[in-house]
Each structure stands twice: as C-alpha cells, then as structure tokens.
Design a protein around this ligand. Structure first.
Ligand code: NAD
Length: 411
C-alpha cells in the first residue's frame, strides 16, 4: 500500500486531537530520526552478482537504543519499514522497556535463495549497516522470513568487524551464542497472557470460544501451539499457501508435523482447504491475524464475525477497517500491546548478554508475564478512564511516556 506511513501518522494525529494532547515534542514523533538505504551486492550461486536494496529506519531513541526486527520479504519497501519502525517506538514505550524503535528490511524472496545466498545477503546487510547498529545503538531481531540463524550470521559478521565477540548486537539468537531461553516463544506467550486477560474482562469462558489464526510462522505457529496446549479450540489456521478449517477444532501438534513434512499446513488430514480471506471471515469469537499488514481492510471488515481481534502480527488492520469494526462492537487488541512479548524478551536477552549471566526459562517467562500484565493493566485502565478504544489507549500511554522523556532530556 503506497504511503502507508502517511496513514500511520494520521492515526497518531487523530489520536492526539481526540485526546486533546498538544505538545511541541509530538512534532519529533511524526518523523523518523534517520532513514538509511544501502546497496547490498551478493555473489549468487551462478557466479553472478546481484545487488539488493537494504533498509534500516531508526525512528526514535529517546527512551533507549533503537530496537527493531529485520524483515526479508518481496514486498518490503521503505514506506513499510518506516511504519514498522514507528510501531516499534510505540510498542517499546507501551511495554515500558528502555528502548526506542527501528526496523530493517530487504526486498527479497528468500524461498528463491539457497542457504549460501541467504547467508551472504545477511552478511552483506550487516556490513552495510555496521556503523549504525550495535548494542547501544540499534539492535536488530528476527521478523518475517528471518530467524535465529539470521541473527547468528549478523552477530558473527558484526563481531568480526568490531574485533570482539558482541552477542548484544542482536536478539533472537540461538541459545548457544547468547540467545535467551524462551525468546522463540516469547511473542506468542505474551499474546497468550493478553488473550487470557481480555477474555476475563469480557467474561468469555475458554470452553465457549473458538479461534482462527492467520499465519503459521514464528508468531502464528507458536501462538497456536500455546493456546492449544492451554485447552482452547482452534478451528482454523493458514500460511502463505492457504488455510484449513475444522469447526470441531484442529489438533495443532499434528498440523505442525504436517507442515514440517510437507512445507505447508494445507491438504491436512482430508480437510477442505480455505483461502486466507475465508479464514478471516469465519464464525469465531477470536480472530488472530499473525501474518502481514493490511489483512483486514475496508472491503472485508463488514464480513468479519469475530468479537475480538488479537493483533499478533504488525499492522493487520487498516484504520478504515478499524472504524467499521468498532461500530460493530469488535474489540481490537492492538499489535503494539498484543505482540510486545517478543521485544520484552529481546530486552531480557540483551540484559543477559550485557551482564554475561543467563536466566532459567521460568525466570524469563515469569518476568514476561509481569511485564505484559502491567502493560495490559495500564492500557485497559486508560481505555476505561478516557472512554476510548484499546489502540488509542495504548498510543496515549506511549505518547505520554515518550513526551515525558523528550521534555526531561530537552532537545
Ligand atoms: P514468519 O516469517 O516466521 O512467519 C510468517 C507467516 O506468515 C508464515 O507462516 C507465512 O507462510 C505466512 N504468510 C506469509 N504471507 C502470507 C499471506 N499473504 N497470507 C497469510 N499468511 C502469510 O514471521 P513472524 O515472525 O511469525 O511474523 C509474523 C508477524 O508478526 C509479522 O507482522 C511480524 O512483524 C510480527 N511480529 C513478529 C515478532 C517476532 O518475534 N518474530 C514479534 C512481534 C511481531
């Protein structure tokens, strides 16, 4: 979507106008601090050189170093990375962790690269941005089509460049080189804590609800596994190739092993396949978009039947769709709250790296629960107090914290 960033800032402006927030400091939050674009030459397996465009947007670091994931996807654009970097700034403030916001990306279809090409691309990205990232500058993490292995390559390349072992330059690393226990499941576990709180506020019993999850990657798959293990009924899941639906509930463990064997969740156990569009419109209580932006838009919003949308992916609901859904009384739990578990445990990983002292998984998860619960309580109280929706409440919490930091530091 062209000029998505303009829409995102419009949303910030509307929130501030609605809540009568006026601060000169807000002007700083309407633009990224730094926008970087680097050419990344990569030697391909056929002996030819291909040059990729690499992006990094460092949005704001007033509350701490820039922090944000790295995305490898054919649809990556600078406009998209700006939006994602802005949301990271808001998310870290909502979660109340000492980070700013950033994001990076490369427009590439990783499914068309060999493992060697992928490694050389990742190392080229690291060299391209080596002067701008670092444990106290900007700390990448996995996002769409990047993972712990990607982070290991970045950590290795960066450590060679700097001449010292630097695990804290990235989070979401393998545990063998300084990754945190519990990081791979942190985003989904954080979302699960939020889900339980929301259901208790709405007085919706676990055995009375069903869920549909769009996206079956790090976030969607782990979320589905977590809620399934907790006894919830998941009736539909999907990945980039389509979805499956069983109104009686899916065995998510079996779906996962099917995906591991065949590469997709479709064609599972004789079930009829559905499209990603159909999944969004199923008669479920909770819809969990965990793939890409703008899945729920003006055209399909009217057909959505869920009572709750838990945004585990970033930016899945357009502002136009949100306005329609709100009129229908749908509760949208915004991305900047629902999926903050990932960056919270990234923060724990960074703390462990800087201290060279590693925590047990139970400590990681206990601290995550505390941090997520505090964030949820603060946002929910703000929603009640201001009589606004949850996204507005989250933005209010974040803007207030960011403006306070800007004021006290001065410019
Ligand atoms: P991933 O690459 O592990 O998985 C992406 C999933 O989306 C895959 O299952 C893929 O098949 C599916 N997908 C791709 N295109 C699709 C389409 N058009 N329709 C439906 N499904 C599609 O990525 P991830 O890390 O799980 O990220 C998913 C979302 O969660 C993104 O919005 C990301 O920014 C957000 N997020 C990720 C983290 C994290 O810790 N990884 C943290 C916070 C937010």
């Amino acid at each position: 979507m062209a000029d998505q960033f303009k829409g995102v800032i419009n949303q910030l402006n509307k929130t501030c106008a609605l809540m009568k927030i006026e601060h000169d400091e807000l002007e700083i939050l309407r633009k990224p601090d730094r926008v970087l674009e680097v050419s990344l030459p990569v030697l391909m397996d056929n002996g030819r050189i291909k040059v990729f465009d690499g992006y990094r947007v460092q949005y704001n670091n007033i509350r701490g170093p820039y922090k944000g994931g790295l995305r490898f996807h054919p649809a990556v654009s600078l406009d998209e990375i700006k939006c994602l970097a802005f949301w990271m700034t808001i998310k870290c403030a909502v979660a109340d962790i000492p980070y700013g916001g950033s994001k990076g990306g490369v427009a590439v279809d990783v499914k068309k690269l060999s493992q060697g090409e992928l490694e050389r691309l990742t190392r080229a990205y690291t060299r391209g941005f080596a002067d701008f990232i670092g444990p106290y500058r900007d700390i990448p993490a996995p996002d769409v089509y990047t993972n712990a292995q990607t982070m290991a390559w970045i950590m290795d390349e960066y450590s060679h460049i700097k001449g010292e072992n630097t695990p804290a330059v990235v989070t979401g690393k393998p545990v063998e080189i300084g990754g945190s226990l519990g990081r791979d499941t942190a985003t989904s576990l954080g979302g699960f804590f939020v889900l339980e709180q929301v259901l208790s506020k709405l007085k919706l019993a676990k055995n009375k609800i069903s869920l549909a999850v769009q996206g079956f990657g790090n976030v969607g798959m782990n979320f589905a596994m977590t809620v399934y293990a907790a006894g919830y009924k998941i009736v539909a899941v999907s990945d980039s190739r389509g979805g499956i639906y069983d109104k009686n509930g899916l065995n998510i463990e079996k779906v996962l092993s099917h995906k591991q064997t065949t590469g997709s969740i479709i064609d599972f156990n004789g079930l009829k396949n559905i499209t990603n569009e159909q999944l969004l419109e199923l008669p479920v209580e909770v819809l969990v978009p965990a793939a890409l932006e703008n899945a729920i838009h003006e055209k399909n919003a009217g057909r959505i039947k869920a009572k709750v949308i838990l945004e585990m992916g970033n930016g899945p609901t357009t502002p136009e769709a949100e306005a329609k859904l709100q009129k229908k009384g749908v509760l949208i739990v915004p991305d900047v709250l629902a999926n903050a578990g990932g960056v919270i445990v990234s923060y724990f990983e960074w703390v462990q790296n800087l201290r060279h002292y590693y925590w047990e998984q139970a400590k990681v998860e206990g601290n995550l629960e505390k941090q997520m619960t505090n964030a949820f309580k603060k946002v929910w109280q703000t929603k009640q107090k201001q009589n606004c929706n949850l996204r507005t409440a989250a933005y209010l919490v974040a803007v207030e914290r960011l403006v306070k930091a800007l004021k006290v530091r001065g410019i």
